[in-house]
Design a protein around this ligand. Structure first.
Ligand code: NAD
Length: 352
C-alpha cells in the first residue's frame, strides 16, 4: 500500500518511517519528503485518524508541502512531518511522547520535530527528553515556544497583500472575513485583525473555544460549519483542518479571496484551477503560513535576531505578489504557480 501511495505522488519521498510501541500505545509515522535544501523540519500532528491510510496520506501531503514552504521562504531546510494516531484529549501521555522521541533521535537530525495540531509546547519538552532534534519547547524551559503568533502574522500580511492585489484596496476596513479554526493560529490572527474595522465571522468545532473567543472579541459573529460555505464574504481564512476546499465546498463558496493558515487547504491541486475559474484568488497555503517555520528556523546557526524574523515574515508579501503576477502572466492558477516555483528551486539545489 505504501509504495503504491508513494508512486502516485508527483515527487516521491526520501524516507517514510513507521513508529510503534506496544507498551505506550504509540502508532506514528514520520515522513521525510526532501533534504535537498537542508535537514527536514516540520510539526508533529496528533489526531485520531479513522484509518492508517488516512494518517499516511496526511503525513505524505504535509511533509511534501513543508519542502515547498521552506524553499519559497528561502530557508536552508527540507520538508518533513510526523503524525501520531491518537486523540490528544484522551491518549496523550508522557510515556507515549517519550517513546516517539526515541524514534526522532534515531534519525540523527534528518528530521527535526516542531508542533502541529494536537501538540503543544509542553509535549515537545517530553519528546525533547529523548531527542535533541526538537524545536519549539516552552519558553520557560529556554525553548522558542509556540510559533503560532508568527504564523498568524504572516497570514495577516498575506491577507493585506491579497486584498491589495485582488480588491485594489490598501485597507481592510469594511471587508467581511470568515475565520475557520480559532486555535493557535486562528486566535492570534483574530487579534491582529480585530482593530482593522472588519466584519468578522468565526467558526470552530469546540464550544469552549468559541466561548473564550466571544468573551475576548464580543464583536465577532459566530456561524455554524455549514454557514462557512454559504455566507458571502470578501475573504475566507481557513485556519483548522486541511482539504477544506473541495468539490463540495466549492459549489457554494462565495468569496473573492482564500487566504488562511491551514496546511493543505485544497483537497487536490486541481481545485486551484477551479478557484481561478470562479474568480477567487487563492493564496497558496505553504507561502502564507510560512511565518511559523521562519520563526523556528531562527535557532539555526548563526542564531537570528528578532529583526531578521520580522523582515523575513514581511517578505511573505513579496513572494505572494510574485506568484500572483506570474500566475497572471502565465495564465495558470496560483496553486500551480507556487508549486512550479518551489519544485524548480529544489531541483536546482539537487543539480548544484
Ligand atoms: P490548533 O490545534 O491550535 O487549533 C486548531 C483549531 O481548529 C482548534 O480550535 C480546533 O477546535 C479547530 N478545528 C478542528 N477541526 C475543525 C473544523 N472541522 N472546523 C472548525 N474548526 C476546527 O492548531 P493551529 O496550530 O492553530 O493550526 C491550525 C492550522 O494551521 C493547521 O492546519 C496547521 O497545520 C496549520 N499551521 C499551523 C502553524 C502553527 O504555527 N501553529 C504553522 C503552519 C501551519
Amino acid at each position: 500500500m505504501v509504495f503504491e501511495m508513494l508512486a502516485k505522488r508527483d515527487k516521491s519521498h526520501e524516507q517514510v518511517i513507521f513508529c510503534s510501541n506496544s507498551e505506550t500505545g504509540l502508532k506514528g509515522i514520520i515522513a521525510i519528503h526532501s533534504t535537498a535544501l537542508g535537514p527536514s523540519l516540520g510539526g508533529c500532528r496528533m489526531y485520531p485518524y479513522s484509518t492508517e491510510k488516512h494518517a499516511l496520506d496526511d503525513v505524505l501531503r504535509l511533509s511534501e508541502a513543508m519542502s515547498y514552504k521552506a524553499a519559497l521562504a528561502g530557508l536552508p531546510l527540507g520538508g518533513g512531518k510526523s503524525v501520531i494516531i491518537a486523540d490528544p484529549e484522551k491518549d496523550k501521555t508522557p510515556e507515549l511522547l517519550w517513546s516517539f522521541g526515541v524514534h526522532i533521535e534515531s534519525l540523527k537530525g534528518r528530521y527535526i520535530v516542531a508542533k502541529d495540531m494536537g501538540i503543544v509546547t509542553e509535549d515537545l519538552q517530553y519528546i525533547g527528553d529523548q531527542s535533541s532534534y526538537v524545536v519549539g519547547r516552552p519558553v520557560q524551559r529556554g525553548g522558542l515556544g509556540d510559533p503560532s503568533r508568527s504564523t498568524a502574522k504572516g497570514v495577516y500580511y498575506g491577507i493585506k497583500s491579497a486584498v491589495k492585489w485582488k480588491l485594489k484596496k490598501d485597507s481592510l476596513k469594511g471587508l467581511r472575513l470568515i475565520l475557520q479554526g480559532l486555535g493557535g493560529v486562528g486566535s492570534n490572527l483574530l487579534e491582529l485583525l480585530s482593530n482593522e474595522g472588519m466584519e468578522i465571522f468565526v467558526q470552530d468545532i469546540k464550544t469552549s473555544v468559541i466561548d473564550e473567543i466571544k468573551s475576548r472579541f464580543p464583536k465577532v459573529k459566530v456561524i455554524s460549519e455549514d454557514e462557512v460555505f454559504t455566507t458571502e464574504c470578501d475573504i475566507f481564512s481557513p485556519c483548522s483542518v486541511g482539504a477544506i476546499i473541495n468539490e463540495t465546498s466549492l459549489k457554494t463558496m462565495s468569496c473573492s479571496i482564500v487566504a488562511g493558515g491551514a496546511n493543505n487547504q485544497l483537497s487536490h491541486t486541481s481545485i486551484g484551477k477551479k478557484l481561478l475559474d470562479k474568480h477567487i484568488l487563492y493564496i497558496p497555503d505553504f507561502i502564507i503560513n510560512s511565518g511559523g517555520l521562519i520563526y523556528v528556523s531562527s535557532y539555526m546557526s548563526p542564531k537570528k535576531s528578532n529583526e531578521w524574523i520580522e523582515n523575513k515574515i514581511q517578505g511573505i508579501s513579496q513572494t505572494i505578489n510574485k506568484v500572483c503576477e506570474l500566475s497572471q502572466v502565465e495564465n495558470v492558477d496560483t496553486a500551480q504557480m507556487a508549486l512550479i516555483l518551489a519544485r524548480e528551486k529544489i531541483k536546482r539545489s539537487y543539480l548544484s
